[in-house]
Design a binder for this molecule. Structure first.
Ligand code: FAD
Length: 715
């Protein structure tokens, strides 16, 4: 008897750093368990899919990058879909998961753009769109969204099949996929509690309604259409932690979790065959594998900007670019630093995997012949003929937080009832809160997890399958070429991960810790020959530049190391003023903030120098941790954060932005700073223009559209 073909659906992804891709792959892998066949493609592989003729449900998984841009591999798709007209996708039935980060402007913008276009082109949504927020952890939305997806696909498939039958019986008419309630707002699925899903019906459209209804009861106010004003998800994260008491730990759970039956996700299919071979021919590469495309430059100067007793250590490094005539930059540009994993951690990992003796063996990777993984590929970031030592040092982000799929895979390599059960809990639906609390929020890395789960012995192939590519770290240029020809400055805080049970000694950030070690103790090296070398590549940012018309005023907001690009802006302005003393220059404002006036007032002398020279018209500095009693007697409490100063100067700010058509730049690493500044701007506009919140939001949206409100925010 011929086998009946399984129902199919299509999964399309657009992914910048591989997250959307791995989620899409996970969905494709899990499909079989639900009796479905998934056809997986990247949005730029248009030879592999054909939306024009697609009759089965389509699931889009798309991330957003930069200032709300589509990932590179979705760019063409977004461009082309925007050009289509009328009912082009009337036949299409879709669901969409958008990935984003609320620390950045234009949260999930790529997903929203695709969704808007699909709807304009007549496509029917069969499942509520999920907006997963990396700022609070993608899982909060991701897990319930994927869980509900299967019913929704099956519902959509049956509906489409019955509509097709009706269509062929009737012989005329359109394929009608019930459009989900047109009142479905632009919602945050992360506010949908998992329990709310139980009541959802099996038809896709009703899943959407159910999600909407759950949301309506979970939140009374919808988030603003343009920017979220609250740190999203915090409430839902804590709401999802009812079972955790302080006594639970990474390795031990408490009732009810320890006693409950678990919904453990499907095992991600293994797909790599990895062998180690003793070889004389193994390439002794040193440094990043793509170094032909990078520039190797010396660090010519290092300066500690904070006092020894400051909570944070901020360093300024100077790079000597003089040997690279093509390597020039503009203020506002940033550049990538390529750093290796820490030697001691690589060594520890080699020991833990039982492969220390084979560290110089060459690594051979091929696809498992019978793998069930959809779209399986040998990772492109692992070059051929490298040693195991090199693989762990330069190719894999061994510090990354293991995703739940990785934890699930680790279960299969763990002995002992208790440890195995605990790993199962951590990747299960029921153990989500424990995973967030003990793994994600602690930024635990694989080695820390393996130290706690002593009976877990993963094979090397599992690490290559699950650890992402080692990413370079970007830093903003904190100098102007005009002021320092052939030199580039950047500033950073040395990231400190606090100690926790699985990490008793704490640790430094990978790149900032490495840079710190390279130049420690500071200030260093008189001898040019002894200057440490690092690999960098430039990341031009053609938008984040001072106004090309020098007479246009601009405002800069950058607390802490967020001041970096503005030092470049102001050095440039100072030089331009020297070169053209008679030219008309617009006003410049800087809102700057640090913790203590004495300990960590970065660039104090330089900033005051800019004021004296006239390059900076107004310097507004605040100190978040200075004791108010130490402050001069003032009627009002002193401003603590940049947004307080912005509000105090709201008349000037709105005047510059709205009357004089000036620019506003925001830069920094403070998690909520960009949101707080945005809120303060809305408030300033509301108060000065005497308009309501909606009108203020429209004004701010316009500023962004005109590229006069620009952000460079890192999380
Ligand atoms: P990693 O080892 O990668 O760890 C950082 C991660 O840990 C982050 O995800 C962070 O959320 C998290 N984390 C940080 N501290 C803690 C903690 N205490 N506990 C738990 N988790 C923590 N940085 C600058 O300092 N100066 C700049 O000028 C600058 N410019 C940038 C420009 C751009 C365009 C971008 C995208 C980023 C920029 N950054 C800048 C950030 C920088 O690239 C690095 O992310 C940062 O220096 C940390 O790198 P790391 O490898 O030391 O930390």
């Amino acid at each position: 008897m011929p086998c009946e073909a399984k129902p199919r659906f299509v999964v399309l992804y657009g992914s910048q750093k591989g997250q959307a891709e791995s989620i899409a792959e996970g969905i494709a892998d899990e499909a079989e368990e639900h009796g479905l066949v998934a056809e997986l493609s990247c949005l730029n592989q248009n030879e592999k899919y054909n939306l024009e003729k697609e009759k089965d449900p389509v699931v889009f998984i798309v991330s957003t990058t930069g200032d709300g841009e589509p990932p590179d591999n979705a760019l063409q798709f977004v461009k082309s879909i925007k050009k289509k007209t009328s009912d082009h996708y009337k036949h299409l039935c879709y669901a969409l998961l958008a990935l984003g980060d609320t620390n950045y402007a234009n949260f999930c913008n790529c997903g929203k753009t695709i969704e808007r276009s699909l709807q304009e082109l007549g496509a029917k949504q069969f499942y509520a769109t999920g907006y997963a927020d990396d700022g609070v952890g993608l899982e909060v939305v991701l897990d319930p969204w994927i869980e509900g997806l299967w019913k929704a696909i099956n519902g959509a498939l049956s509906k489409m099949a019955s509509d097709r039958t009706d269509y062929s019986n009737a012989g005329a008419g359109d394929l009608i996929m019930e459009t989900p309630d047109s009142s479905i707002p632009d919602v945050q699925l992360n506010l949908l509690r998992i329990t709310d899903q139980k009541d959802c019906g099996s038809i896709g459209a009703s899943v959407s309604k159910c999600a909407t209804a759950a949301l309506a009861s979970a939140v009374s106010d919808l988030r603003p259409a343009v920017f979220p004003s609250q740190p999203l998800g915090t409430a839902s994260v804590s709401a999802a932690v009812p079972h955790v008491t302080l006594a639970a730990s990474l390795t031990h759970s408490l009732p009810p979790l320890s006693e409950s039956s678990l919904n453990v996700p499907a095992l991600p299919p293994p797909y790599l065959n990895v062998t180690l071979k003793e070889a004389d021919t193994v390439q002794q590469i040193v440094g990043p594998s793509n170094k032909e495309t990078l520039h190797e430059v010396p660090i010519s100067r290092a300066l500690q900007l904070t006092r020894g007793d400051s909570v944070k250590t901020s360093l300024l490094l100077e790079l000597d670019l003089s040997a690279h005539p093509n390597l020039t930059y503009q203020p506002g540009d940033s550049f990538d630093v390529f750093c290796p994993n820490k030697d001691s951690e690589v060594e520890e990992m080699l020991h833990r995997l039982g492969l220390y003796e084979q560290r110089n063996h060459s690594v051979h990777i091929s696809l498992l012949k019978d793998t069930k993984k959809k779209g399986a590929q040998v990772p492109a970031h692992v070059p051929p003929n490298i040693s195991l030592l090199y693989l762990l040092t330069w190719c894999l982000e061994i510090r990354s937080v293991p995703k739940k799929a990785f934890v699930r895979a680790l279960v299969e390599h763990t002995e002992g009832g208790v440890q195995r059960r605990r790993l199962q809990e951590l990747c299960s639906k029921q153990g989500s809160a424990d995973y967030n609390l003990h793994v994600r929020d602690q930024s635990l890395c694989l080695m820390e997890l393996l130290s706690a789960f002593t009976s877990c012995s993963p094979p090397l192939s599992l690490l290559i399958e699950h650890l992402p590519k080692l990413q370079p770290r970007p830093y903003s240029a904190a100098s102007s070429w005009l002021r320092y020809p052939g030199r580039l400055h950047f500033v950073f805080n040395v990231v400190e991960f606090p100690a926790c049970i699985a990490r008793p000694a704490g640790r430094r950030g990978l790149c900032t810790g490495w840079l710190f070690d390279l130049v420690h103790p500071v200030p260093v090296f008189q001898e040019k020959a002894a200057w440490p070398q690092i690999h960098v590549s430039l990341r031009p940012n053609s938008l984040f530049r001072p106004p090309s018309d020098q007479s246009v005023p601009f405002i800069m907001i950058g607390p802490g190391t967020g001041v970096a690009p503005f030092i470049g802006f102001l050095q440039q302005r100072e030089m331009e003023r020297k070169e053209n003393p008679d030219a008309m220059f617009g006003e410049t404002w800087l809102f700057f903030g640090c913790r203590h006036r004495d300990r960590d007032y970065l660039f104090r002398e330089e900033l005051e120098g800019f004021v004296s020279s006239g390059a900076l018209s107004h310097l507004k500095v605040c100190f978040s941790r200075d004791d108010p009693e130490e402050e001069e007697e003032e009627e009002e409490a002193p401003p603590r954060y940049v947004q307080h100063n912005l509000l105090r100067n709201r008349k000037h700010v709105t005047d510059i932005l709205l009357k004089q058509k000036g620019f506003l730049y925001v830069c920094g690493d403070a998690k909520n700073m960009a949101k707080d500044v945005n809120d303060a701007l809305l408030e300033a506009i509301r108060a000065e223009l005497q308009v309501d919140q909606l009108d203020a939001m429209k004004t701010v949206a316009l500023l962004r559209e005109e590229k006069r409100y620009l952000q460079d925010i890192w999380g």
